[in-house]
Design a protein around this ligand. Structure first.
Ligand code: MSK
Length: 656
């Protein structure tokens, strides 16, 4: 799909690289300052067309072998591997890498949980005991008459199986709708343990092992499910138990959250523990006084990317921007320290930070960057790291030499719609349930639900595809749920505010105005896509919308994806039964058997399927058509026709 990728052009104007005005302002400033950031690099780097199509193999050194995507069956690799084998192996390894990232993150959270429960770590504690009990109950752990510590230790032991189990089914398969689970069992794709699935995926894709694209894809599905219903879900649930389950909170988003007269500290990455401890350090009266002594009005802690999403949802901490703005924000000259942990940390940050005298600090032993200062974060003594970050930031503030230019743009929206809160919001505290959501889907006010998630990618205009797609979906009465950098794109566009209900179609607008919710519900970080799976399972359990996730009138999209993690997420949604559309590009050659399998065959097996288009309007059309197809299969398409007639009639009456 090479032709879809933007061709390099050194002269691309900032407004053509991003729809984020603040980032555009900083792109212009960076050019004036002679500093290069990712969108500039992207404009000067033509993607390898064979790699973009996944038509090359470098799994052994008889090659690397390059096949011709214009004539995919015209040649094979030196070992005889066909285009289908090569693409399926590459795809499987992307899924394994993405799954490894989420499961390693989740295992880190579980390690922390174990040490907290054992009393070996005292800086954190179990904050949400109600959630602890409900998660334990959901996987069959007895909670009645037992202490929190007893339940927590049992939960730890049970969830550890998510990673280490060598045979059997991972614990959260108990949450999967029965018919979906039956389909997985039939195809032999129920995950055993994440480590085993990732290991087997890597083995099977080594030279001379699995050379049937269908069999490789099966293992890719099993591996991806070990992420969505395993590593990612454990991460979300344990983070909620330790740090609190999010509930709606008004949050300021965009670069205007930086304050010229305060010490600005940015935390970027994915794990919530570093950020939670930063919060404690910046509120330490000793540091507040030190900042004042340095001439600052205070210390301003803000988040970016998914670390930021974790903290905005739980604490209302301001969020400065998504992935494609992480270098650009340093160009403001106002960042007194940027500390990072893991994932989506661009190496280029180190050089840009250096240009603006900003301390750039890595904190995690799994992520060191040449040129960055490393201050290791250790949960047994978290403050020694976070205090040092604050000291460095105050010192930089005191010695600021760089001219400061902060884009004066701030958008306010409501975020923090956890599965638990949606349940409560719709059903009320006495009858918390998904019944009103299902009823409104059945009666047609809400046409369906779309998960719009994922990264931004400098190969396309930042935020544009996310925002256009979501506008089109809500205009067509599709309720949108969000995570990751996409959520920040929509927050900057003002669509996460309840007032955005006016942009929705008549049915969705009515529901939003009745409940007081925005038409776009932000659910958290990219690891929190597991909340969407839990919500989908709850919709099936509630009844009236079929028996499996594949029956639901729902669809998913990652319109500007860039990460292997996104491929893993996309594939666990597909394997769970969801039609999932990606933008930018897709690592596959059309008119091949592997393409047919991903884009059609998996659906025929009772799973979901992949879709691709870089165009947001086409993407919306594909998703809505799929939702309508599912409505028809459920026999609820007529209800929606009636709603539309009702509204037209109502409008005529209004006009009369
Ligand atoms: S941070 S994986 S750019 S969503 Fe989770 Fe954003 Fe994508 Fe990274």
């Amino acid at each position: 799909m090479e032709e879809e990728i933007k061709k390099p052009n050194k002269e691309i104007a900032a407004k053509d690289l991003t729809t984020c005005e603040a980032t555009a302002q900083m792109l212009d400033k960076a050019r004036r300052d002679g500093v290069e950031i990712a969108p500039h690099r992207a404009a000067n780097m033509k993607p390898c067309p064979i790699g973009a199509d996944s038509a090359c193999c470098k799994h052994c050194f008889m090659g690397p072998c390059r096949l011709n995507s214009k004539d995919p069956y015209g040649k094979v690799g030196i070992c005889g591997a066909t285009i289908d084998t090569i693409m399926a192996r590459n795809f499987g390894r992307m899924v394994a890498a993405g799954t490894a990232a989420h499961t390693d993150h989740g295992m880190g959270m579980l390690d922390l949980f174990r040490e907290v429960v054992k009393g070996n770590i005292r800086d954190y504690k179990i904050k949400d005991t109600e959630k602890l009990q409900s998660v334990a109950k959901s996987i069959g752990i007895e909670v009645e008459g037992r202490t929190i510590e007893e339940i927590a230790m049992d939960l730890y032991k049970e969830l550890e199986r998510t990673y280490t189990q060598v045979d059997g089914e991972i614990p959260f398969t108990k949450r999967v709708p029965e018919k979906t689970l039956e389909t997985w069992r039939k195809h032999g794709i129920v995950p055993r343990g994440a480590m085993r699935e990732i290991m087997e995926m890597m083995h099977r894709t080594a030279m001379g092992v699995d050379q049937h694209y269908e069999n490789i894809t099966k293992q890719a599905s099993r591996t991806a499910l070990a992420d969505g219903w395993g590593g990612s879900m454990v991460s979300t649930e344990i983070s909620d138990i330790l740090f609190g389950t999010p509930s709606p909170v008004a949050v300021e988003v965009n670069m205007g959250v930086l304050k010229e007269n305060e010490v600005n500290i940015i935390i970027h990455g994915h794990e919530p523990n570093l950020f939670e401890s930063m919060l404690a350090s910046v509120n330490d009266p000793m540091f507040v006084q030190a900042a004042k002594d340095a001439g600052a009005a205070g210390i301003n802690l803000v988040g970016m990317c998914c670390s930021g999403l974790e903290m905005m949802s739980r604490h209302g901490i301001p969020h400065a921007g998504n992935f494609s703005s992480t270098e650009a924000i340093l160009v403001t000259g106002a960042v007194d320290a940027m500390a990072v942990d893991i994932q989506c940390i661009q190496q280029g940050l180190s050089k840009v930070a250096d240009c603006y005298d900003t301390p750039f600090i890595t904190t995690n032993p799994r992520c060191k960057i040449e040129g960055a200062l490393h201050v290791e974060f250790n949960e047994h003594d978290p403050k020694s790291c976070t205090d040092e970050i604050v000291i460095k930031a105050i010192s930089r503030f005191k010695n600021r030499t760089m001219p400061i230019e902060i884009p004066k743009i701030v958008n306010t929206g409501v975020h923090g719609f956890s599965h638990e809160y949606i349940n409560y919001m719709l059903g009320g505290s006495f009858r918390a349930s998904y019944t009103p959501l299902n009823d409104n889907i059945i009666n047609g006010r809400i046409r369906g639900v779309a998960g719009v998630v994922g990264c931004t990618n400098p190969r396309v205009k930042q935020d544009y595809v996310h925002v256009e797609l979501v506008r089109e979906l809500i205009r067509n009465d599709v309720l949108v749920i969000q995570t990751g950098c996409s959520q920040i794109a929509l927050a900057k566009a003002g669509l996460t505010a309840p007032e955005a209900a006016v942009l929705a179609g008549p049915g969705l607008r009515e529901v939003c105005e009745t409940v007081g919710m925005p038409p776009v519900l932000g659910m958290g970080a990219c690891v929190d896509n597991s909340r969407i799976l839990i919500a989908a399972a709850a919709m099936v359990r509630e009844g009236g919308l079929g028996e499996s996730i594949a029956d639901l009138p729902v669809a998913g999209a990652a319109p500007e994806f860039m990460s292997e993690k996104a491929i893993a997420i996309g594939h666990y949604f597909v394997a769970s039964g969801v039609f999932t559309v990606f933008g930018v590009t897709f690592p596959i050659v059309k008119e091949t058997k592997f393409h047919k399998l991903l884009f059609e065959g998996l659906e025929q097996q009772g799973l979901g399927k992949w879709g691709f288009t870089p165009d947001p309007h086409e993407m919306a059309k594909m998703m809505i058509a799929h939702i309508d197809k599912k409505r028809k299969a459920l026999g609820i398409d007529k209800a929606r026709d009636r709603i539309l007639v009702d509204m037209a009639t109502r409008r005529e009456l209004d006009a009369a």
